[in-house]
Design a protein around this ligand. Structure first.
Ligand code: NAD
Ligand code: LMR
Length: 332
């Protein structure tokens, strides 16, 4: 029997990531090749015409799984009955703007969209925040939508996770699908900590650790970390726009694994509400290694953390605490 369609909201749908993401969702990349979808696309009035163009293209692409499209600038209409919300919309940093100015605009957007989601989304709607500052926007959304379970509000660090897999795969000339269990800890920012301590590679001689295969701690503790931390900036420098296809693809990975589950023995990185695991302060949206089953994520417990890692986990947590304080000062 055919499945009922799932309603997926994409905010900022007329933007770059939106334009890459909506066809992926309509093709089944996010929820599977047998899962019909109804797309809800939200943008702001100045982007309404561009949004209507995206809707025309979705019709023209004749996606068999796409059972409907709502394209609107009305946040209430956009949020009605959605089962999954991918929050990409936001105010980009412009020349001359301070961090506080951009934070102030975005946390206000996330505060008001939290209320709309809380009032109009389907019960148990899963939320993924992509727009920067992603962790803090997600935290504000969580705090201003108190009836949405905190486990349902996450932010995207899967792109950073995938970037770390990519760097290891390139360095070792191995298939990316043979590398697993890297971790992104903390903020989706340059203080994030890409950690390979527990990462492994499948080889013809069995599973080996990334550390033994790379055999170059200076690279793993130095250039590897800074390359992943700075990858977003490198893409902006090269493309003059921020990453879009990789962000869209990683957003699909994040939701697919959350809904369908992670493979046995494999974890992924997600920005989730911290519960004090690994001595990360509770009450931040912080990226942890997680496994997913039956539509729920759980933080992987019991991993060893050495002094090098501890300092890095703390540093990115400190930045998130500062961002949280700044966000609240902007809303005051
Ligand atoms: P973009 O500027 O091309 O698109 C953003 C869209 O959001 C625009 O169409 C804009 O009109 C819309 N928008 C603005 N305010 C809105 C509101 N209140 N409601 C709905 N829509 C609104 O930007 P982009 O390249 O698509 O990137 C989107 C965001 O994602 C940025 O904040 C970017 O920094 C972030 N990003 C995050 C990651 C990650 O891994 N977490 C990766 C790449 C980019
Ligand atoms: C990325 O990681 O590619 C983006 O978050 C960069 C940015 O600042 O938009």
């Amino acid at each position: 029997m055919a499945k009922d369609p799932v309603r997926v909201l994409v905010t900022g749908a007329a933007g770059q990531i939106g334009y890459a993401l909506v066809p992926m969702i309509a093709r089944g990349v996010m929820l599977g090749a047998d899962q019909p979808v109804i797309l809800h696309m939200l943008d702001i009035p100045p982007a309404a015409e561009a949004l209507s163009g995206v809707k025309m293209e979705l019709v023209d692409a004749a996606f068999p799984l796409l059972k409907g499209v709502v394209a609107t600038t009305d946040v209430v209409e956009a949020c009605k009955g959605v089962n999954i919300a991918v929050m990409v919309g936001g105010f980009p940093r412009k020349e001359g703007m301070e961090r506080k100015d951009v934070m102030s605009k975005n946390v206000s957007i996330y505060k008001s969209q939290a209320s709309a989601l809380e009032a109009h989304a389907a019960a148990n709607c899963k939320v993924l925040v992509v727009a920067n500052p992603a962790n803090t926007n997600a935290l504000i959304l969580k705090e201003f939508a108190p009836s949405i379970p905190e486990k349902n509000i996450t932010c995207l660090t899967r792109l950073d996770h995938n970037r770390a897999l990519g760097q290891v795969s390139e360095r070792l000339s191995v298939q990316i699908s043979d590398v697993k269990n890297v971790i992104i800890w903390g903020n989706h920012s340059s203080t994030q900590y890409p950690d390979v301590t527990h990462a492994t590679v499948k080889t013809s001689a069995g599973e080996k650790t990334v550390r033994e295969l790379v055999a170059d701690d200076a690279w793993l503790n130095g250039e590897f970390i800074s390359t992943v931390q700075q990858r977003g900036a490198a893409i902006i420098k090269a493309r003059k726009f921020s990453s879009a296809l990789s962000a869209a693809s990683s957003a699909c990975d994040h939701i697919r694994d959350w809904v369908v589950g992670t493979p046995e023995g494999t974890w992924v990185s997600m920005g989730v509400y911290s519960d004090g695991s690994y001595d990360v302060p509770a009450g931040l949206i912080y990226s942890f290694p997680v496994t997913c089953k039956n539509g729920e994520w759980s933080i992987v417990q019991g991993l060893s953390i050495d002094d090098f890692s501890r300092n890095k986990l703390n540093k990115t947590a400190e930045e998130l605490s500062e961002e949280k304080a700044l966000a609240y000062s902007c809303l005051a």
